[in-house]
Ligand binder design. Structure first.
Ligand code: PMP
Length: 390
């Protein structure tokens, strides 16, 4: 998508970091929330508090319907996917537990795991192939080798766009008495996710990426099979004020403190937009992703990472160049062509180690709402010019 009203607009290829621009419906809903929904949800009996509670209830219902969550109370609002990853891992795992984790994980998973490993959790890594895919048979061998508390895997990679067979991994986890934890940060909004049937016991999402909400809001789904300890305790409003410890009731158990009401309402509008336009958007994203994979690979010296064209992935395309550094390319694209993309490790050193780009990093182009065929072709032409001019 282009920034409005300039002759040389920004072409924004950084949706995997945060989607932009947001649909008008999201901006309007947040404007309304700030103007008319000023009460504190769950706290108070006056009209504004009740109206705000209702809006939060409706946004939760919209998110639950969009993600196929059978009981909306199992879907919690959290500040970010990172916060949810910390909560689930630290709230669930105890010294002596063993976990099996994919090698493509983001720091949102690997850093809490490193802390837990130092405290005595055994972390077993299953290595993905060079396209970033984890073979479920390899995962099964790792899980079957010893009693395992959890299998942890992202749904889609923020480096290569690779989609993991998380449903199969969940079956494997359950067959061996483990629970399945899925980092869905890059899948939400880009893949159809049905949490009623997927088999994940925890599914963690950013609100501000493919779900098209604002920054500062995320979602945490928990199945009835798990009950991690909350990391934050305090006021939850409503009927639970007399309880000495945190209530066992969901969603309140994991939502202590005043909620990010404008963020929640914006996220509700984002999933509402996806309910109407999501399928059409997904088709376009895939078409443009394949167009980029093929087009970018034509530039001399460029190698495209991840699954080959034709294999479904989320709309993330990472490249390396045999001579130019990733940040040189990204700076040149920004300065010469006003193309926004991201160079480096994308907070995912494990993934880069897996696909062999830990030293170089990659230049990542990621697509979403508002990108057109013309934008994709402009990027392909601009990369060619940048490489030719060096
Ligand atoms: N996991 C993955 C795969 C991600 O790409 C990201 C965001 N880069 C996160 C987790 C963390 O998301 P957030 O920054 O929204 O907490």
């Amino acid at each position: 998508m282009t920034s409005p009203a300039t002759e040389n607009p920004i072409r924004y290829f950084d949706h995997a970091a945060s989607s932009w621009p947001k649909p008008d419906a999201v901006i309007k809903a947040m404007d309304l929330a700030m103007r008319e929904l000023g009460g504190n949800p769950g706290r108070g009996v006056h009209e504004l508090a009740l109206r705000t509670s209702r809006a939060v209830f409706e946004a939760r219902g919209a998110c639950a319907r969009y993600l196929g969550v059978p009981d909306a109370r199992d879907l919690m609002f959290v500040p970010s996917c990172t916060a949810a990853c910390n909560l689930v891992l630290k709230g669930l795992l105890r010294p002596g537990d063993r976990v099996v984790v994919g090698s493509m994980e983001h720091n949102a998973i690997t850093r809490p795991l490193a802390t837990l490993a130092a405290a005595g959790v055994e972390v077993v890594v299953v290595h993905a192939d060079p396209t970033g895919f984890i073979d479920p048979d390899h995962a099964e061998k790792a899980v079957a080798a010893a009693p395992t508390r959890a299998v942890i895997c992202q749904h889609a990679s923020n480096v290569t766009g690779t989609i993991q067979a998380v449903g199969d991994l969940a079956d494997i986890a359950h067959a061996h008495g483990a629970v399945m934890i899925v980092d869905g940060a890059q899948a939400g909004g880009h893949l159809s996710v049905d949490l009623g049937s997927l088999g994940a016991d925890a599914y963690l999402l950013s609100g501000h990426k493919g779900l098209l909400g604002p920054q500062g809001i995320g979602l945490m789904y928990l199945s009835a099979r798990i009950d991690p300890d909350p990391l934050v305790e305090g006021g939850t409003g409503g009927a639970f004020s007399l309880e000495e410890g945190e209530t066992a009731e969901r969603p309140e158990r994991y939502e202590a403190g005043t909620l990010n009401t404008p963020g929640i309402i914006g996220l509700g509008a984002g999933v509402g937009f996806l309910g109407e336009h999501g399928e059409e958007l997904r088709r376009l994203e895939l078409e443009l992703t394949f167009r980029l994979i093929e087009g970018l690979a034509q530039t001399p010296g460029v190698r495209v990472l991840g699954p080959p064209t034709g294999v479904e992935r989320v709309p993330v395309v990472s490249i390396v160049h045999d001579k130019l550094a990733a940040d040189e390319i990204a700076f040149a694209l920004d300065r010469q062509a006003r193309i926004a993309c991201r160079p480096g490790l994308h907070c995912s050193p494990w993934a880069h180690r897996t696909v062999g780009t830990l030293e170089s990093g990659t230049v990542r182009f990621s697509i979403g709402h508002g990108i057109s065929v013309a934008d994709a072709d402009y990027l392909i032409g601009s990369l060619e010019r940048v490489v030719a001019s060096h």
